[in-house]
Design a binder for this molecule. Sequence first.
Ligand SMILES: C[S@@+](CC[C@H](N)C(=O)[O-])C[C@H]1O[C@@H](n2cnc3c(N)ncnc32)[C@H](O)[C@@H]1O
Length: 272
Amino acid sequence: MTLPLPALAPVEETLWVTLTARAFDSRLPDPILGDTMADELVRKTGYTNDKLRWTRLSCVDVAQRAKKLDEVARRFIARHPNAIGIDLGAGLDTRAFRIDTPPTVDWYDVDFPDVVAARRRLIPDRPHVHAIGADLTDPTWLESLPTDRPAVIVADGLMAFLAEADMISLLQRLTDHLHSGEIAFNVYNKFTVRAAKLTPSVGWLVPLFKSPGFDRLDPVRWNPKLTLIEEIMLAREPEVAKYPLALRLWTRLGAPSASLSRLGTVVARYRF
Ligand SMILES: C[S@@+](CC[C@H](N)C(=O)[O-])C[C@H]1O[C@@H](n2cnc3c(N)ncnc32)[C@H](O)[C@@H]1O
């Protein structure tokens, strides 16, 4: 029996894009991420959408960038066992389960209240994992979070949905409230935004984008507390070995060039 689908606003509905892509990847014989909980959630809700017809080719980007953000969080937590983790615009992602957060870590999944209500209904509780229902542009949601613990903040597929001024003030509030830590997200540069318009599986999302696209160095220009410490170009990462043949060959051809690699997805990691 399937559970009723949550009623969501269009921007909230975008959570299905990433969730169904990760679910598709998990069903492959040799997945990149292997997020079986995503698959369980899709099956549990019976969610289908004709616009989301994933293939081995089209799902790699979502699966790989989630894996990279998991690695950032996992490495940070290994170095700071008393850390807090924050997933901005978490949707129905179950990152805390994937990275298996230890009991010393408090993890916060933040998304709009309706999404958080759906999370509470669909995702099992896990000790020390908290859900915060808030609009990230609201300046008050951070107030309940501890200020004195190192923080790892990730945002997967979020930044395109924030206007530039909102992204700047969100970064400012995070680095003002939290003592120290890292923040990592996939960069939506101007090319990514233009390319999304032409990609059949995601082109319909573009009208929901509020960001005109930004450069990986923009956050450093906007916020002097941020230092760019890593630029993870997916085209240069080991998971390329699992890409379908044509994409693998094409990616490997361009990988020696940073400019070409930046035309693909980049996960930027900053310290504050
Ligand atoms: C593409 S989905 C990605 C969801 C999740 N990170 C994942 O990888 O499955 C974008 C998410 O950002 C959330 N979002 C967008 N703007 C937001 C805002 N202003 N406040 C809170 N959440 C927001 C949406 O509700 C949605 O869940």
